[in-house]
Design a protein around this ligand. Structure first.
Ligand SMILES: Cc1cc2nc3c(=O)[nH]c(=O)nc-3n(C[C@H](O)[C@H](O)[C@H](O)COP(=O)(O)OP(=O)(O)OC[C@H]3O[C@@H](n4cnc5c(N)ncnc54)[C@H](O)[C@@H]3O)c2cc1C
Length: 379
């Protein structure tokens, strides 16, 4: 789509954090937008994610994601008060100190390497020995060689955050509609709207696919994006006291107290298709992992167990912008393990691509949807 005085009517498919961010960014530019969601807003990963805004870990860090992770934190810091003002919803943005732990000498050497690149990137971090770490978190009585103290981390409540985005979008003039999108409407080579499972068709100038892990399904002429679901589970524990005010992590396990006093422990990574039911095996593996670090948690009570699906692309980078061969179709998916952190950045980039202002918020080559080939399933 080229820059023009006439702004397009846009349909955003998917009411997770990514779809909501794109929708809000578009509405702010005066575009007429409808979000179509088949379940309810924030009912999948965007409502159950830990909500960490961590610029120091994950795919592409250090590397191409780091710059956008920093930008994501800066945008969250602007957005949180704005969302509170517009919607009354406090997204509970707060700064957290994370302790990445090592339980042996080899692990500690790795933390030294991590410290070196974080300092090069001007991220606030320091190494402590096991005594220093236990002074901060005395409940860490398991094996410990030391830890990296990271002060560049923030977090939000991902459910409140996604709800606030959608509420702000609606208050800005956008509309939401319930519906299961099963295909595209076409006008020649152009995408001209969507078909719903109810049989209804909704016309639009542009369609954004923000369907999270379901972006790979490719139903009804929609292209199949190279995105797979990666299941993750988290337990919320009642554990009275002040322990775990710092978020502690070792290997794949973490322990962190949230503002409501519950201690979150996680998580798992599993290829289980679209099965998003909590499992006994994940619960056992999380409990075993965190008890090795903090045996005192044995007395904690599990009050909630959640499972949801991360949308992970084949190269672990987001898939954004115009979809080749489908004029009028835009991708906003593949945010992987960083969709809560990155969605404000994704929202700005995809909205700019749709309104013809890509020069202001360019999509970097490593995120462009055009790096893949797309094959549609038969209509
Ligand atoms: C255990 C766990 C912990 C996480 N922790 C963090 C973290 O600490 N920090 C971080 O940044 N990220 C984290 N993530 C990742 C983050 O949750 C995701 O990257 C993000 O929520 C993806 O948002 P999304 O909007 O793309 O997808 P989703 O939240 O899955 O939303 C997609 C929406 O599209 C709808 N939909 C799908 N198909 C259709 C259709 N055909 N028609 C209509 N609607 C449709 C779905 O119902 C869904 O509501 C975590 C994920 C998990 C699983």
């Amino acid at each position: 789509m080229t820059n023009s005085d006439v702004l397009p009517d846009v349909l955003v498919v998917g009411g997770g954090a990514v779809g909501a961010s794109v929708a809000l960014a578009l509405v702010k530019q005066g575009v007429t937008v409808t979000v179509i969601e088949r379940d309810s807003v924030a009912s999948h990963a965007s409502g159950f994610a830990y909500g960490g805004l961590f610029p120091t870990m994950g795919a592409g860090i250090p590397g191409p994601i780091l710059r956008y992770a920093k930008q994501g934190i800066a945008l969250h810091r602007q957005l949180a008060p704005e969302l509170k003002e517009i919607t009354g919803i406090d997204v509970e943005l707060r700064s957290v100190i994370s302790l990445d732990l090592a339980d042996d000498e080899a692990g500690f050497r790795n933390l030294e390497k991590t410290l070196a690149w974080q300092l090069d990137e001007e991220l606030d971090a320091e190494l402590l020995d096991s005594e220093g770490i236990r002074r901060l978190e005395p409940a860490l009585t398991g094996a410990l060689a030391g830890g990296l103290v990271q002060r560049s981390h923030f977090e939000v409540d991902s459910y409140r955050y996604t709800l606030a985005l959608v509420t702000a979008f609606e208050q800005g003039g956008g509309s939401s509609r319930s519906g299961d999108v099963v295909g595209l409407v076409r006008d020649g080579d152009r995408v001209a709207g969507v078909q719903l499972a109810s049989g209804d068709e909704i016309a639009s100038d542009a369609v954004v696919v923000a369907t999270g892990p379901w972006a790979g399904e490719g139903r009804g002429g929609l292209p199949s994006f190279p995105v797979e679901p990666k299941k993750g589970e988290i337990l919320r524990l009642r554990f009275p006291g002040n322990d775990f005010a710092h978020r502690v992590s070792l290997g794949g396990h973490y322990i962190a107290r949230k503002p409501d006093g519950l201690v979150w422990v996680g998580s798992t990574e599993e290829d289980a298709g679209f099965d998003d039911r909590p499992s006994a095996s994940a619960r056992e593996s999380i409990i075993a992992g965190v008890l090795a670090l903090a045996p005192a948690l044995d007395s904690a009570e599990v009050v909630e167990h959640t499972a949801c699906l991360r949308p992970v692309s084949s190269d672990e980078m987001p898939i954004l912008g115009p979809v080749p061969g489908h004029e009028g179709l835009f991708a906003a998916n593949g945010a992987g393990k960083k969709g809560i952190l990155l969605n404000p950045v994704i929202g700005q980039m995809v909205a700019a691509a749709i309104t013809g202002n890509a020069a202001e918020n360019p999509i970097p080559a490593e995120f462009e949807a055009a790096r893949f080939e797309y094959f549609s399933s038969p209509d």
